[in-house]
Design a protein around this ligand. Structure first.
Ligand code: C2E
Ligand code: CA
Ligand code: CA
Ligand code: CA
Length: 277
């Protein structure tokens, strides 16, 4: 009787959560220190809706661990932030992504690469200096990169983040606001920040072709963005109907499974040779 009481079940849940978090922290530390290719990067193409050609790639991290299996990035990035490991993770992401970008540039491809930064990263001057050094080392200019940050990074006590953003913008970096529409800030507020692009969250795009509420939201965001001169990326485009709507309404860029899933470097190279985009 006691073992399925609410209290015991609650405690077991907490223990499970705690144990999983502990396992992720321990294994992630090991993965970062070892050379075993547990961590990898994949790249998801973005298409310019005016030319219908590939213009950029979003870099996304993947982690396959022998004990834990595939761990979703949303889950381990959050834990890495809390465990003080995010600087190491982002350093790894920067090294890998910039090396891969240099590889594709050497083959003649001109797309840019968008990298995700977490809240702590944009407060970290050491890390941002590392980013500049890595680009210089590979002979790439900051214009080759786009940095994706979320609204929440800029809302809470953000003076250092904004100072760093301004400094990097002066050096030629571009910033995009990720997951737009899920937070609290408005386009009017973004106007005063050094942000050139917004990414409409996929929750508004996945059912765009059939959901009238989503259509209304997306249409409003697009018309306001054009008033404020912001470029708009729609993520989560899964069908041609949504792509056509976005194109017709003047959205600049589309990303999603309809164009391609995220691909590792060699799959991406094959994809680039056969794609209609
Ligand atoms: P995000 O930055 O919003 O990335 C977009 C997510 O949407 C990716 O999930 C991508 O695979 C997924 N996606 C793209 N197109 C479609 C589509 O058509 N349909 C659906 N259903 N999903 C689509 P993923 O790769 O699992 O990443 C989840 C989140 O983890 C990212 O959300 C980002 O917040 C974080 N993340 C991933 N890689 C990194 C990284 O290198 N650094 C940091 N700091 N965060 C990362
Ligand atoms: Ca992103
Ligand atoms: Ca998103
Ligand atoms: Ca996100």
């Amino acid at each position: 009787i006691h073992s399925d009481s609410w209290c015991v079940r609650y405690r077991t849940d907490l223990e499970d959560k705690y144990n999983r978090r502990l396992a992720i922290t321990t294994e992630l530390k090991r993965a970062l220190a070892s050379q075993q290719n547990e961590l990898s990067m994949v790249y998801q193409p973005k298409v310019d809706l005016r030319t219908m050609k590939v213009c950029s790639m979003e870099a996304l991290i993947r982690w396959n661990n022998s004990a834990l299996g595939f761990v979703p990035p949303d889950e381990f990035i959050t834990i890495a932030e809390q465990a003080g490991l995010i600087e190491q993770v982002t350093t790894w992401v920067m090294q890998q992504t910039i090396a891969d970008l240099a590889y594709f540039r050497a083959k003649g491809y001109e797309f840019t690469v968008a990298m995700n930064l977490s809240t702590q990263d944009i407060q970290n001057k050491v890390l941002l200096r590392k980013l500049v050094a890595l680009l210089t080392q590979e002979g790439l200019s900051p214009e080759a990169l786009e940095l994706e940050i979320t609204e929440s990074d800029l809302v809470a006590d953000a003076s250092l983040a904004i100072e760093n953003l301004n400094e990097l913008t002066a050096r030629g970096f571009h910033f995009a606001i990720d997951d737009f529409g899920t937070g609290y800030s408005s386009l009017a507020y973004l106007k005063n920040l050094p942000v050139t692009t917004i990414k409409i969250d996929k929750s508004f795009i996945l059912a765009l072709a059939s959901d009238e509420n989503d259509q209304q939201i997306v249409h409003t965001v697009l018309s306001l963005a054009s008033v404020f001169n912001l470029k708009v990326v729609a993520e989560g485009v899964e069908d041609v109907a949504s792509l056509e709507i976005l194109k017709e309404w003047g959205c600049d860029i589309a990303q999603g499974y309809f164009i391609s899933r995220p691909l590792n470097r060699s799959d991406l190279e094959n994809w680039l040779q056969n794609t209609p985009f």
